[in-house]
Write a protein that binds this ligand. Structure first.
Ligand code: THU
Length: 161
């Protein structure tokens, strides 16, 4: 038996103002996109926005449903839109923010487990990492080099070969 390490590094910025201009713009847009969410059940509006490798910008927001499991997270709405509008074009950077009607929005949130799986699939199908910028309406910002880092030992198509 041997122990295997998994090392996970990410950047932590004290505020959005410490980001480079293009990242600051993207996170500000993610904050704006929270207003497009349909979240009457959780009152937790999530906004996601991506810059594609061809320069196009694609947005997504969470879309809930009275039948709760039907609801979709902002990240998967974005991935479906990107793939439909610009098939095969890699996503360079994806920013995620949120507005919490019942509480604060002062720390980054990171994608849920299902969205992590979807992000990893997207990275592998286009052969390009997705850089993530995570931040609330205020407070610290995390930058993660590749979404894959959030899902160690993930199940992928390679496992089915
Ligand atoms: N949600 C997202 O859209 N993305 C996340 O990363 C976490 C959670 C949504 C799902 C649901 O509509 C609401 O936030 C509360 O969980």
């Amino acid at each position: 038996m041997k122990k295997q390490d998994y090392t996970f590094n990410f950047e932590v910025y004290d505020t959005i103002n410490d980001l480079k201009e293009e990242d600051k713009w993207l996170l500000n847009e993610a904050r704006e996109v929270t207003h497009h969410a349909y979240a009457p059940y959780s009152n937790f509006q999530v906004g996601a926005i991506a810059r594609l490798n061809n320069g196009e910008i694609v947005a997504g927001s969470n879309q809930e449903n009275a039948s709760f499991p039907v609801g979709l997270c902002a990240e998967r709405v974005l991935l479906a839109a990107a793939s439909s509008l610009f098939p095969k074009v890699p996503i360079d950077t994806l920013a995620i923010s949120y507005h919490n009607e019942k509480g604060d929005s002062d720390h980054p949130i990171s994608p849920c487990g299902i969205c992590r799986q979807s992000l990893v699939e997207y990275e592998s199908r286009v052969g390009h990492p997705i850089r993530l910028i995570l931040g609330g309406m205020e407070g610290k910002v995390f930058v993660i080099e590749k979404a894959e880092m959030l899902l160690p030992l993930s199940f992928t198509s390679k496992d089915m070969k």
